[in-house]
Design a protein around this ligand. Structure first.
Ligand SMILES: [Zn+2]
Length: 284
């Protein structure tokens, strides 16, 4: 595309002649930029404001790009939260099932023990008629009573376990419903998230395309600087001067900088953060 700034950059000689005498270039420690590095367009009758407009437009696009990137970061977290809720509900159901399984297994074992004791009891009962001696008879009756008492204890144990099993069975439908609700909500919310993300990504693609055009319109030197500062400074290369301070690092700007900024002929450089400073259009 044709460089809209070509007219201005080609007249560097004029610009150089018009450059204000500075006390020697001060290089910013971070960006390596000095005031002298910024091309001067101030003496041009046309195109002087164009660079600032260009940079200002680029700033607007980059701010929106940064906001969108931050917004896009929320989606993975939202998806994780939905998956976590399903996993939690499924975990509750699994714990319930395994508790039920353990109870049933234990109960079956106790029921086998009860059966064995009942067999034992029957065996003793069968031996009774054959016993001749009184003491043996009494001893056998005692054995039968002991076996019966053991069996009775185990039967009580089975009843307690059955009660707990019933309680668990009663909780089960509620937890199964909660799992289904979590799955259903997640599916619905995921569709919304997908749609929101699609909108954001489409807008981001638009912005990137627009940004590409804007950046290509800058001269190579300014473009290089812009991208360098942007990469190192939180994706913000150009910031407005707000209430006499840098909009990036909030450093107060000296009166001569403010005076120069009002001319709106070139971006200034913040001594604090190295970003390019522009007095916003609405402040003029
Ligand atoms: Zn600053």
């Amino acid at each position: 595309m044709p460089n809209r700034l070509q007219g201005a950059t080609a007249s560097g000689r004029i610009a150089g002649a018009c450059r204000r005498a500075a006390p020697g270039p001060r290089t910013h420690p971070f960006t390596g930029m000095s005031v002298e590095d910024v091309p001067v367009f101030r003496c041009m009758s046309t195109g002087m404001g164009e660079l600032l407009e260009h940079l200002w437009a680029l700033r607007g696009l980059d701010e929106e790009v940064a906001t969108l990137h931050a917004a896009l970061e929320r989606f993975p977290e939202q998806r994780r939260a939905l998956e976590q809720r399903i996993a939690d509900e499924r975990g509750r159901l699994d714990r319930l099932k395994s508790r039920l399984g353990a109870l049933q297994l234990g109960r079956r074992q106790i029921e086998k023990d009860i059966e064995a004791l009942a067999d034992q009891e029957r065996k003793f009962q069968g031996q009774l008629p054959a016993v001749k001696k009184n003491e043996e008879y009494t001893a056998l009756l005692k054995e039968i009573a002991t076996t019966k008492a053991k069996r009775s204890d185990l039967e009580t144990d089975v009843l307690v376990r059955l009660e707990e099993e019933e309680e668990i069975q009663a909780q089960r439908p509620g937890i199964e419903a909660a799992v289904k609700t979590a799955e259903h909500d997640a599916a619905e919310r995921t569709r919304q998230i997908d749609a929101e993300e699609q909108v954001d990504r489409a807008r981001l693609a638009e912005l990137e395309a627009e940004r590409k055009l804007q950046i290509e319109g800058l001269d190579a030197v300014t473009r290089g600087r812009y991208e360098r500062i942007r990469a190192s400074r939180d994706a913000r290369a150009v910031v407005p001067i707000l209430k006499g301070a840098c909009g990036g690092c909030y450093r107060a700007q000296p009166p001569q900088v403010m005076q120069e900024a009002r001319r709106r002929d070139r971006p200034l450089v913040c001594d604090g953060c190295g970003r390019m400073l522009i007095l916003p259009p609405e402040a003029i």
